[in-house]
Design a protein around this ligand. Structure first.
Ligand code: NAD
Length: 329
């Protein structure tokens, strides 16, 4: 099958080529993102392969349909950037990689917590300048702290397991409760209770119309003073300007984010020689208690292998008319 692969970086090409055995599929790589302005790049292809920040709205899908695209394949788990109703209307199938390595993202969430909590980012920079003082490096133990997990699907469950291992009291909120996690010691509570009682809150639910801006001024006013908020899910779960307000009031004690609401203009690009026009992220970057990573939760060898293998399998299943187990409906 001939596939136009959008938003590609050298690592995407490396991993997809590694597993595209005997070049079964003809993959043509584009640096450009897929959006309503770039659909013409897919003329002559049967399928498009996309990533987290491609904009596959009604307009893009209408244009993809006009040029005969039959499949949109996401090389990620989240599908909030696709208008599924429009895809269904034009009879375009949507597939994804539902689980490539939940541990990769869960472990990254823990890395954000431990960096903020023990200030290792500051110590690293200090020691490089031969400053071995401990001033302002005081941290806090995670042991016996209350960690609130919102969304206990694949990543949230992996995260709960790690936090239980640290000796934390793990409380959770999800629209579906996991019996397995309850048996392991996770206690499900209401969202209100979780927000009110957690020392650390970690977000692992998808971005939907219900969860958009889950953390807004109202939610921040209810958190424990000085609590830590970690977001490795999707940027728009947090209303950024309200997070900034909460940080300024010292109501929010720490913020660790791997995702950001306006990340499509910034992330996955080297902008070190550019002027950043996004004042919100500039403000966030100025706080000593905010840690930002550029959507790298998924970025491990193990996850990249699995993403490439599943993505190629999705193409093959579609081409061979096999059941589409990774279809998003
Ligand atoms: P999943 O589908 O296995 O789990 C999501 C969980 O959220 C489910 O248990 C679901 O019931 C729950 N949920 C849905 N709506 C909810 C709501 N309103 N309130 C509370 N819980 C709700 O998904 P997953 O594989 O664990 O991935 C979670 C999210 O992580 C994805 O949606 C994606 O946005 C994000 N993600 C980020 C990265 C990264 O690199 N940072 C990588 C992969 C996935």
């Amino acid at each position: 099958m001939k596939i136009a692969v959008f938003s590609t970086k050298p690592y995407d090409r490396e991993y997809l080529d590694k597993f595209n055995i005997e070049s079964k599929h003809e993959l043509v790589y584009f640096d450009a993102p897929l959006n309503s302005e770039t659909t013409n790049l897919a003329i002559g292809f049967e399928a498009v392969c996309v990533f987290v920040n491609d904009v596959i709205d009604k307009k893009t899908i209408g244009k993809l349909s006009e040029i005969g695209i039959k499949l949109i394949d996401l090389r990620c788990a989240g599908f909030n950037n696709i208008d599924l109703a429009a895809a269904a209307k034009y009879n375009i199938k949507v597939m994804r990689v539902p689980a490539y390595s939940p541990q990769a993202v869960a472990e990254h969430a823990v890395a954000l917590i431990l960096t903020l909590n023990r200030k290792t980012h500051k110590a690293y920079n200090r020691v490089r300048e031969s400053n071995f003082s401990l001033e302002n490096l005081t941290g806090f133990n995670l042991y016996e702290k209350t960690v609130g997990v919102i969304g206990t699907g694949k990543i949230g469950a992996a995260f709960c397991q790690i936090m239980l291992g640290f000796g934390c009291n793990v409380i959770a909120y999800d629209v579906f409760e996991s019996e397995k996690l309850i048996q392991k010691g996770v206690v499900y509570v209401t969202l209100e209770e979780l927000i009110k009682n957690s020392d650390v809150i970690s977000l692992h639910c998808p971005l939907t119309s219900e969860t958009k801006h889950l953390f807004d001024r109202d939610a921040f006013s209810k958190i424990k003073k000085g609590a830590m908020l970690i977001n490795t899910s999707r940027g728009a779960l947090i209303k950024t300007s309200h997070a900034i307000e909460a940080l300024k009031k010292e109501q929010l004690g720490y913020l660790g984010i791997d995702v950001y609401e306006q990340e499509e203009n910034l992330f996955f690009k080297d902008l070190s020689e550019s002027i950043i026009h996004d004042d919100l992220i500039e403000r966030l970057m100025a706080f000593h208690n905010v840690l930002i990573t550029p959507h790298q939760g998924f970025f491990t060898n193990e996850a990249l292998d699995k993403i490439a293998i599943t993505t190629l399998q999705n193409f093959s299943n579609f081409e061979d008319g096999l059941p589409l187990e990774n279809e998003v409906k």
